[in-house]
Each structure stands twice: as C-alpha cells, then as structure tokens.
Design a protein around this ligand. Structure first.
Ligand code: DX5
Ligand code: ZN
Length: 224
C-alpha cells in the first residue's frame, strides 16, 4: 500500500503560498490538502476557488484534494471543479442531497470524497460507497489547524477500513487533524493510507525532514 502525505496549506505562510506549495512538493508531499472554510458550517474563513485556479495558472499540476467545509456546498462544488480540483471532499451535513452532490463531483470529472466529523456516525457510508473515491475521517472538529488528535478517531478509522475492504473498491482512507510523527503510526495501523498534516509540517523549518519522519513512523507501524 502506498501512503500519501497531504500537507494542509491552511498552515502555510500565505504571503508566500506558491513557494510553500513548491517546497512541500519538493519535500515529497503526495497531494496538497486545500481546506475551504465559510464561517458558517465552521467558525473560520479561509480560501476559495480563486486561490486554487491561481495555483493551477502558476503551473502546479500536483494532486490537489479540496476539503469543503461550507454549507450549502453544491454551488461551490461547480466552482472548484472549474478551478481544477482533483478530489473534492464534502461533509454529509453540508448538503440536503448527498447522493446528488457526490454524483455532481464525479460527473464533473473529479474524484469524490466524503468526510465524517468526530460525532458523525459512518452510517451513510454504505449507502454511497459506490460513489466515493476517498473517505476522510476527521480527528478534530473541523475549523482550525493546530488542534489535538481525538483518540476515538482510531476506532472510526478501523470501521471505515473494514467497510472499504468489504466494498472491494479502490478508495483512499484519509485522516485529518492533529496528525504528527508521534501518532501517525497509530493512524496507519488503524487503516489510514492518506494523512493530512498542517502545523506538523509547516511549523517546522525542514519540510523534507518532517515528511521523512512521518513516513518512517508509518512504515514502522505497518511493516511497509
Ligand atoms: C481542520 C482542517 C485540517 C487542518 C489540519 O478543519 O480540515 O485540514 O488544517 O491541521 P493540523 O494538522 O494542524 O491539525
Ligand atoms: Zn482538512
């Protein structure tokens, strides 16, 4: 299994965003995790489709996984498809019609993700598993970087891993919130294969060093 490291640019220096994105990609990042917050679904405001299209216009062709923390979500799905998102991940609470919203993403040419908050059960996953390419488990309540990892997310990861394996589909299992070298091994052992990290990466001077520490600890926990 190849494991993805997905730096969250929420923790980057926005005055030098292009340089920051280049630096984490050069340091071995697999995707750029793009957190979109609306001050309504979550109590914070971040970046929109204009920033994504600027990165594309600047020539970045890396995988960009967009995590939409906005409500209602449908119109912005269209904007992010147009801006060049590879993955678009949505919260079931942010749409009245989850099946339609996930279909909108895949019909628009992107991979579709579904994300579960710490208090949201995985119930709906079995109803839409045929429509998704990524399942994201939140290990903090969404809205801010730099929060502490909630340990019960490991159980949810194990449940999600089982559902994915039973489905036989090629679905990424991503974890987001409070991930750092000391706990990434636990998340990997619980079945995650994509790891969002914001402050743990951008808070260090040497991005390659921290990404390599993250990978070493994944490998130690999974014998891979
Ligand atoms: C939280 C965001 C996360 C956040 C992660 O709402 O979805 O992606 O940026 O940041 P860290 O790794 O600092 O917890
Ligand atoms: Zn996120």
């Amino acid at each position: 299994m190849n494991h993805w490291i997905c730096p969250s640019i929420l923790a980057a220096d926005f005055t030098r965003l292009g340089d920051e994105v280049r630096a984490v990609l050069d340091a071995g990042a697999d995707t750029i995790h793009f957190d979109v917050m609306d001050n309504h679904y979550v109590p914070n405001l971040s970046i929109g489709p204009l920033v994504l299209s600027s990165l594309r216009k600047a020539g970045f062709d890396a995988i960009i996984d967009v995590h939409l923390m906005v409500k209602p979500v449908d119109r912005l799905i269209g904007d992010f498809l147009e801006a060049g998102a590879d993955y678009i991940t949505i919260h079931p609470e942010s749409t009245e019609h989850l099946h339609r919203s996930l279909t909108q993403i895949s019909e628009g040419g992107a991979k579709a993700g579904i994300v579960f908050n710490p208090a949201t059960p995985l119930d709906v996953l079995s109803e839409v598993i045929d429509l998704v390419d990524l399942v994201l488990i939140m290990s903090v309540n969404p809205g801010f970087g730099g929060q502490s990892f909630i340990p019960s997310s490991l159980d949810k990861l194990r449940q999600a891993r089982e559902l994915i394996d039973v489905s036989g589909r090629d679905i990424r299992l991503q974890i987001d919130g409070g991930i750092k070298p000391t706990n990434i091994g636990d998340a990997a052992a619980a079945g995650a294969d994509a790891f969002v990290a914001g402050t743990a990466i951008f808070g260090q001077n040497d991005y390659a060093e921290v990404i390599s520490a993250l990978r070493t600890n994944i490998a130690a926990a999974t014998d891979s």
